[in-house]
Design a protein around this ligand. Sequence first.
Ligand SMILES: *Cc1c(COP(=O)(O)O)cnc(C)c1O
Length: 386
Amino acid sequence: MLAVQAARDGRPEVERPRMVLPTTVHAAFHKAAHYFGVEAVFVPVGADFRADVAATIAAIDEAPERTVLVVGSAPSYAHGVVDPITELAAAAQERGIRFHVDACIGGWVLPYAARLGRDVPAWTFAVEGVTSISVDLHKYGYAPKGTSLLLYRDAELRRPQYFAAADWPGYTMLNSTMQSTKSGGPLAGAWAVVNTLGDEGYQRLADDVFATVDAIVAGLADVPALSLLAVPDSSLIGLVTDETCDPFTVCDEMASRDWYVQPQMSYGEHPANIHLSVSAATLAHVPEFLQALTQSVEAAVAAGPVVVDPGVVDFIAALDPAALTEADFDGLLAASGLVGESASGDLALPERMAEVNALLDLAPPRLRESLLIAFLDRLSRPVVSV
Ligand SMILES: *Cc1c(COP(=O)(O)O)cnc(C)c1O
């Protein structure tokens, strides 16, 4: 968010700022575009799920004077691969445009992966043209939620991020981030964790993370219905199923065995899949994990791929998310199985999510967003009637 805001405000003369992003960029950039009024130009990625350099350059050159930011991921959340940062950053630099590396996930593990001798694509400030990098402390820094770093190549690039307001009768407000009044708790927690673990501690944790990644990848050989979405560049693994089962049912089966794995919906031509964010804590449990995965896939194959009622499919296809009423949402939420009513009259969540996920997977992204916002809204109403 701040990288986008700083890029926008670093170019105050640009009236309609835009930024060029691979479609695999984290949803936080959709949010930043929405909040800060920066047009987001999305560029489809290549077959390897990495940003397409030529297509990115073409997108920049459609309006280079209005382009305030280009972004690459190290790695991308959904596929776990690192974009071609060197080429992207060079293209941005040639045109005098900021280039941000989203290393929220990779920032705290890739340096240790490199020390382990693993193949790590270039992504740091050593790459010419990289102007900022984000690194989440609350991921592989193992720190409390809400702690993250935004690093700039120099202080001048950072300046537009800072905000002061003296033109009112109170104190001069002076903020380094969007938050104004800020709790010291997460910061103190992060300081304590980082200092306690230290460089050696993080190296040990990264050793464990990558031993886990390798063991899971190797273990997939024994689960024929599953394969890698992409060879992981970091600590994220995407798994796709063959036609004998579906990823949503596998996720439910894993949950019933006390393993939470994340379903990812299909996106354009990218198939629905199972996402694993591997942490050091899993190393001791890899055999159990692989056993649960094998059993879950067997159960999912036995159940067969989840099917959505054709009537519901048609109903969804006919909906215009921009024109839905409250009553439509209530009907849809009930039809989707997302909400039911418990005996006490409270909102009840379904135990198995495969049918719900399969249905959401059919909904175009805008409709899925509207539906889930309606769901969130119902969750925060005192009385539920569906
Ligand atoms: C987690 C993450 C972010 C930021 O996520 P928030 O939860 O919205 O703060 C950004 N990029 C990537 C790749 C991430 O994994």
